[in-house]
Write a protein that binds this ligand. Structure first.
Ligand SMILES: [Zn+2]
Length: 572
């Protein structure tokens, strides 16, 4: 804290150029498991990583780690403090089973005194075969694990004998008693075992166990957690006393290195990766505390930015180029008139980006749609660049009905308005009753789960170029499609023409098939949507950045093309 104050004081005295160095103390909190994905137990394994052992503690309000204990074990499991059964596959379950290998119970025995520090507590715990519990600032020595208070009570004489054997004072032996934890506690055990190494109970969700791999001070520690290697530390928070919300605490620049190769590809050109690095770094600072209810800044999915840390070494990993891209742009952000830029990006714009106001309704001076001449130069290698989806009228009818629009059968779908860059701005459905349903902006993509907002619609009523000849009764006529047509029987029954091969019923009851009179034979009632691109179209196109880099543009050219009127700087 004193160091932070000193830095702030110094910064106030120096000209703005003093900010040019990257902020190496900035820590990003990345949510890995949370909400319905929160865990009963979470392993950490640095047995083949760099460094050794683990430090226990918590992260303070500045996201700095405060150590309260440690273990030399390299493979540990953090468990929600409740009765957890060790399954035959080495995982932990709240439900007992006949094949269990053991149990970590939530009742223990303890002596009444607290110890002044971890080392003295650990020394006594080691003599007793017990463990150290850090309970909201004080160190306790605890012993055993039992699934019921009665079972713990029954073991009291054994504990007292152990205390006497190592010379613990008689008043402590007499005062020994059963103990447990609050619902916010986490118990650390040897991985795939039941031996308790440490227990942490902050007695509130605001004071949660933090674990920093490595007790040796070696640099660049990497730790396995669920088949991915991560830098930095971890927090295990029991929000409302629930399962473990696992958050990776990682320095900003290291975080960006854990994003770039997965948001793009580590094999992409350096300048494209550098553009992504500046965008990603700016994004996270713009979204600090973005998942406030879970206590972290960004999640590890496309909701925020994909983050796999150091990856798995086989299918996911940073490359020398992706790390170089982060290093060469370290501390640089994208700005517009002194404010950080909302650096939205998507995979491919299909030929033109789009103004944010035409997608999300919020206007940003730098998120302006423009024709993108670059993407098309690499369209052959963009997966799914050209796409087509087909909907039948029945499917559209059901889709809208399921969303609660109360429509009757959809007979037409058409584009009503384009943006200046040729993206779709407004579409309209018409049902058999003539009612219309209009959708605009982002809905033109998301309503039908289309890959982008850059498309055309054919079929339906629009491509029946040859028309159909309807004959019978007193004459014949040609129509372009059946949409909006009704058959009226001699008895006066009205029915919508809705089959792909409808029949005409004459006034006298004669039924004859309506045949196409030639030309286009796309069945009426089928809508073909053909488009290009993938994503929301706002801001940088990643494939466009790739194309620009291949054409020799640098990362500044790329960013300034996709974010109009911006500039790159360490400080605004
Ligand atoms: Zn997110």
């Amino acid at each position: 804290m004193q160091v932070v104050s000193a830095v702030i004081a110094l910064a106030l005295l120096l000209p703005q150029a003093a900010f040019a160095a990257p902020d190496t103390s900035r820590v990003v909190r990345v949510g890995l498991y949370y909400g319905s994905g929160a865990l009963v137990s979470a392993n950490l394994d640095n047995v083949d990583g760099k460094g050794s052992g683990h430090r226990f503690g918590y992260f303070d309000a500045s996201n700095q780690f405060v150590q309260v204990g440690y273990t030399e074990q390299e493979q540990i499991s953090m468990l929600k403090s409740t009765n957890l059964y060790l399954t035959s596959s080495g995982t932990y379950s709240e439900t007992a089973s006949a094949s269990d290998q053991g149990v970590v119970g939530c009742y223990h025995l303890r002596i009444p005194q607290t110890l002044p520090d971890f080392d003295s507590a650990q020394a006594l715990a080691g003599q007793l075969g017990g463990f150290v519990a850090w309970i909201n600032g004080s160190y306790q020595v605890r012993w055993g694990s039992f699934t019921t208070s009665d079972a713990a009570q029954a073991a009291l004489p054994e504990f007292q004998a152990a205390l006497a054997a190592v010379g613990v004072a008689q008043d402590q032996i007499d005062g020994a008693s059963v103990c447990w934890t609050s619902k916010y506690a986490v118990t650390v055990v040897k991985m795939k075992g039941t031996q308790i190494l440490f227990q942490f109970d902050g007695e509130s969700a605001d004071l949660s166990l933090g674990v920093m791999p490595d007790i040796t001070g070696a640099e660049d520690v990497q730790t396995w957690f669920k088949n991915l290697k991560y830098h930095g530390g971890f927090r295990y928070q029991r929000i409302s006393g629930g399962d473990l919300t696992v958050v990776n605490f990682v320095p900003l620049e290291t975080y960006v290195k854990g994003v770039i190769p997965y948001e793009m590809s580590g094999s992409w050109p350096l300048e494209a990766l550098k553009a992504q690095a500046v965008a990603a770094r700016t994004y996270v600072i713009m979204n600090l505390n973005g998942h406030k209810s879970y206590g972290f800044d960004v999640c590890n999915t496309t909701c925020c930015q994909v983050y796999y840390g150091e990856g798995n070494g086989s299918s996911k990993y940073p490359t020398a180029t992706s790390n170089q891209a982060v290093d060469e742009t370290a501390g640089l952000y994208l700005w517009y008139e002194g404010e950080l830029v909302s650096t939205n990006f998507s995979s491919s714009n299909g030929g033109a980006s789009e103004s944010a106001v035409n997608v999300w309704g919020h206007d940003y001076p730098y998120l302006v749609g423009k024709i993108d001449p670059y993407e098309a130069t690499v369209e052959d290698i963009i997966p799914g660049y050209h796409w087509t989806v087909t909907f039948t009228a029945d499917e559209l009818t059901t889709l809208l009905q399921n969303k609660g629009y109360g429509n009757s059968r959809i007979v037409n779908l058409e584009i009503k308005e384009y943006t200046p860059t040729g993206n779709v701005l407004r579409i309209m459905f018409t049902d058999a009753d003539g009612k219309t349903y209009t959708f605009a902006k982002e809905k033109v993509r998301t309503l039908l789960s289309l890959k982008s907002m850059r498309y055309e619609i054919s079929g339906g009523s629009q491509t029946q170029t040859g028309g159909y000849q309807i004959s019978g009764g007193s004459g014949s006529s040609t129509v372009d499609s059946f949409d909006g047509l009704y058959a009226i029987s001699g008895g006066g029954t009205v029915s919508v023409l809705e089959t792909q091969k409808p029949s005409a019923i004459t006034g006298t009851g004669e039924i004859s098939e309506i045949a196409p009179s030639g030309g286009q034979t796309t069945p009426s009632g089928t809508f073909v949507i053909s488009g290009t691109g993938y994503g929301h179209n706002v801001g940088m196109s990643q494939w466009g950045a790739y194309a620009m880099a291949k054409l020799g543009y640098d990362y500044e050219n790329i960013l300034l093309f996709y974010y109009t009127g911006t500039y790159i700087s360490a400080a605004g």
